[in-house]
Design a protein around this ligand. Structure first.
Ligand SMILES: NC(=O)c1ccc[n+]([C@@H]2O[C@H](COP(=O)([O-])OP(=O)(O)OC[C@H]3O[C@@H](n4cnc5c(N)ncnc54)[C@H](OP(=O)(O)O)[C@@H]3O)[C@@H](O)[C@H]2O)c1
Length: 342
């Protein structure tokens, strides 16, 4: 029996599955007293939470790469947390862990769902952004699935976002012509002036197809797709022979799970002997150290930068979630819980 903490835990639970856009009935904020961990569990205090588009899939009761969160459960989220009490071998109070720590200030987690991290090698927020799953997704998706060659043209959608911005920078390091597609002037300016992309397209300002012809005059060899929908269709019409389409995400199709639209122009895959391949980071968990070393090395040399958009406090979670779908986030969206946990 551990000494009582005398502090309430706060958490967001899934109230009900949303039919389309997440709304005020989707989440329920609750509070309870933390309990002692059972065998194999840890009681952790969250420091940082990652807010990800993939969360929309976790609250959709359909077949996916992991089971959906059930109504009443604490919402699933990646986080960085400190172990308060441990009932699992290999973990002790004070250890810092990352993994599925949930949208909660304090709570129980299954020790198998987290791994220890060392804050001497990266900050807590970097373990959730460029030096964590976000960066690894960009690294393996582009290099293993996209296989870009120097001189080829790489197009990236949601290019100013967490994954997209890292993909763009790795493609530049690999000597590619890089075209970023994003929404609005601030993001396209960031991509062109700060990240040095060769061309940018504001998809909210006009037709992507015409703009792509100008931005990728030699055609498209690799398309790193984060959005699906109309942008994917526009890209398909301009792919080169043996092009590779990396299906990382399809955020334009996440809101209404009953009306997901596939690519109308998929016959271009035949015409161009092209491939379209999906992936998740689950495929690459045994190669995480490789991605970490590469990304940390590029960051140390100033060749990649990670932009983070930080909100404060657990109550900002619903607002943060909505920002991903309106495009209001500028970089990796994180929630800092440090102050309320002090
Ligand atoms: N396969 C994997 O293992 C894996 C892992 C992580 C993430 N992902 C996927 O990667 C994608 C990017 O995730 P992230 O974490 O880096 O998020 P993010 O790009 O930082 O944020 C999402 C961005 O998507 C754009 N967006 C939203 N609705 C859109 C729409 N209807 N059409 C076009 N763009 C839209 C917005 O940017 P604009 O302002 O530019 O519209 C928004 O800022 C998501 O699809 C996510 O599901 C996949």
């Amino acid at each position: 029996m551990n000494k009582p903490l005398n502090v309430a835990a706060r958490q967001f639970r899934l109230r009900e599955y949303p039919l389309n856009a997440v709304n005020s009935d989707t989440w329920q904020m609750t509070s309870d007293e933390p309990t002692d961990p059972l065998a194999g569990q840890l009681l952790v205090r969250n420091r940082w939470l990652s807010v990800d588009p993939g969360m929309r899939g976790w609250i959709t009761p359909k077949r996916s790469y992991m089971p959906p969160v059930r109504p009443g459960e604490v919402m699933r989220a990646f986080g960085v947390a400190e172990v308060v009490h441990s009932n699992a071998e290999g973990f002790k109070p004070g250890d810092v862990v990352t993994g599925f720590t949930g949208v909660q200030t304090l709570g129980l987690v299954n020790a198998q769902m987290v791994r220890k991290v060392d804050l001497r090698y990266a900050s807590a927020q970097q373990y959730l952004s460029g030096l964590g799953m976000t960066g690894y997704t960009a690294y393996f998706g582009l290099l293993d699935v996209g296989k870009p060659q120097s001189g080829q043209t790489v197009v990236v959608s949601a290019a100013a976002g967490a994954v997209g911005s890292v993909v763009c920078q790795i493609a530049k390091i690999k000597g590619c012509r890089v075209v970023g597609i994003a929404g609005g002037k601030e993001k396209t300016h960031y991509l062109k002036e700060t990240l040095g992309l060769d061309a940018v397209i504001d998809y909210k300002a006009g037709a992507v197809g015409d703009a792509l012809q100008a931005a990728a005059p030699q055609g498209i060899d690799v398309y790193f797709d984060n959005v699906g929908g109309d942008i994917l269709d526009a890209v398909l019409m301009q792919i080169n022979h043996h092009a590779r389409i990396v299906v990382c995400g399809g955020i334009s199709q996440y809101i209404d799970s009953e009306q997901v639209r596939g690519p109308a122009n998929y016959l271009q895959l035949i015409a161009q002997s092209a491939t379209m391949q999906g992936f998740t980071m689950r495929d690459y968990m045994n190669r995480v150290p490789e991605a970490f070393m590469a990304l940390a090395g590029w960051q140390a040399k100033g060749e990649v930068r990670f932009r983070e958009h930080v909100l404060q406090g657990i109550e900002s979670f619903p607002q943060a979630f909505d920002m991903l779908f309106s495009g209001a986030n500028q970089g990796k969206l994180l929630i800092q819980l440090e102050s309320e946990n002090a």
